[in-house]
Design a protein around this ligand. Structure first.
Ligand SMILES: NC(=O)c1ccc[n+]([C@@H]2O[C@H](COP(=O)([O-])OP(=O)(O)OC[C@H]3O[C@@H](n4cnc5c(N)ncnc54)[C@H](OP(=O)(O)O)[C@@H]3O)[C@@H](O)[C@H]2O)c1
Length: 179
């Protein structure tokens, strides 16, 4: 089975994934009367498990909706001792280097992974462990917040393998790492 680490994330025009207060309400700033999923279902149907940072995990836990994932979620945290009782069957703490973490997840039989969370994505990129990125751009300038990208020890070349427009406002580009 091919191993693949994929990112699927929305950013502001100025490249932020959360605003100055850590908020993500701006993700819904484009009118979406028919609740278009903006490519999310097709993406999520093709992955086997999620790997997310503790901040993103806590953000999702705080949403006023049922748990949105029907696949295992591996949560990266050095701080958490255990996941909340309510999420014990759905989310699993993982620790260690990214290579160790990936080995543990692959040994459990999950190969196509959704990598989520700002720090987490940047850490994966620093070690050149991201194979594909789908980046959805919301037409808003936030002026500050949590950046998606950061410093890298080396350039990483990607090729564009698809590009779509949603709701006449949102662009979505799908990039593949050129190795
Ligand atoms: N725009 C979007 O589509 C989108 C998508 C996802 C998230 N978000 C937002 O973006 C923000 C993400 O926050 P964030 O940048 O703090 O990133 P994050 O990756 O969600 O969480 C960072 C935390 O993950 C843990 N972590 C990361 N790498 C680790 C490793 N190798 N080993 C152990 N623990 C590791 C650490 O937790 P400990 O401190 O516990 O050790 C770290 O503080 C949130 O506000 C979220 O709501 C937006």
């Amino acid at each position: 089975m091919d191993k693949k680490n994929s990112v699927f994330i929305a950013t502001s025009l100025d490249g932020y994934i959360a605003d100055k207060n850590g908020g993500i309400d701006w993700l819904h700033s484009v009118s979406n009367p028919n609740s278009d999923d903006i490519g999310y279902l097709e993406f999520i149907n093709n992955i086997e498990a999620l790997v997310m940072g503790r901040t993103t995990f806590e953000t999702v836990c705080g949403f006023d909706v049922d748990w949105p994932y029907n696949k295992p979620v591996f949560v990266l945290s050095n701080m958490l001792r255990e996941v909340p009782e309510s999420h014990k069957e759905k989310a699993f703490l993982v620790k260690g280097t990214l290579t160790e973490i990936l080995r543990q997840i692959h040994e459990k039989g999950f190969y196509r992974l959704y990598i989520d969370g700002g720090t987490t994505i940047r850490n994966f990129l620093k070690e050149d462990l991201i194979d594909e990125m789908t980046i959805t751009t919301i037409p808003i300038l936030l002026g500050g917040g949590t950046s998606l990208f950061g410093d890298l020890p080396q350039e990483l070349k990607f090729e564009l393998i698809g590009s779509k427009t949603y709701l006449n406002q949102i662009t979505q580009n799908h990039y593949k790492r050129v190795r």
